[in-house]
Design a protein around this ligand. Sequence first.
Ligand code: PLP
Length: 275
Amino acid sequence: TVYYYKDRFLKGGETPVPVEDRAFNYGDGIYEVVRFHRDRSFGLQEHLERLRDSAEAIRMALPFPLEEIESIVRSAVSQVEDEVVDVYFQISRGEALRVHPFPQTDPVLSLYARPGRIYTEDFREAGVAVITLPDERWSNCYIKSLNLLPNVLAKQAAVEAGAYEAVLIRDGWVTEASASNVFGYHDGVFFTHPANRHILNGITRRFLLRAIQKLGFTVQEEPMSEEFFQNEVESAFITSTTMELMPISKINQRELHPLGPESPVWQILQAFRTL
Ligand code: PLP
């Protein structure tokens, strides 16, 4: 086998990037992103359990027990000096001759830890614009799979439209966004898509559901119709590990009112931070 990477042929045995890693060739693997504030993680257990569930869903063994993955993650975090650290870790089905069926090789963990991307409070108060786009993904979006091409294309279309995120519409219903979950607020009630095969059940989403309930607001895990989301919601926001809760300031052409500190969305962000 002769391997070539970037601008040169690789010498015998040298594999800075294993050219036949199945993550590379097929997107055959899964991943997680976890945020740490010093050594305190946000929902590490939930992320590890979701990793285990994703692995099971694609019939892939984990290279190490969850506890060992946890200690590798913690060790990586401890090597970054910053206050906020994001860890990305993925498990590929391994390196093997490129044929579709599962290989005999062992799965491979790869990981990086680096300073977390922090959004300023000014950025958050201004909120972000979103556009809506058709959800062109497969029917197993609950798996945190490495296959992110539809997500990448949707996000790029949003950026090219001057927006920050693409909210995805499947059969007339809002599912989630390209890299975040979506919540809407109308008439005292919060709405978000139920955790089924059509969305990734975000860990941030789960914590926010708890924060909303803790504050005594009503929340319905029911999909919003495209029409309701576009025309009716009073406020809306997206959630993810790195963004936490990010208010939406504009849905396509419709501007949403800026949120004051007394607004339910702002209260929920504060409650979320003290969970
Ligand atoms: N939905 C999608 C498609 C995502 O890629 C992500 C995170 O990257 C989320 C939702 C949010 O998940 P979490 O809150 O676990 O970061």
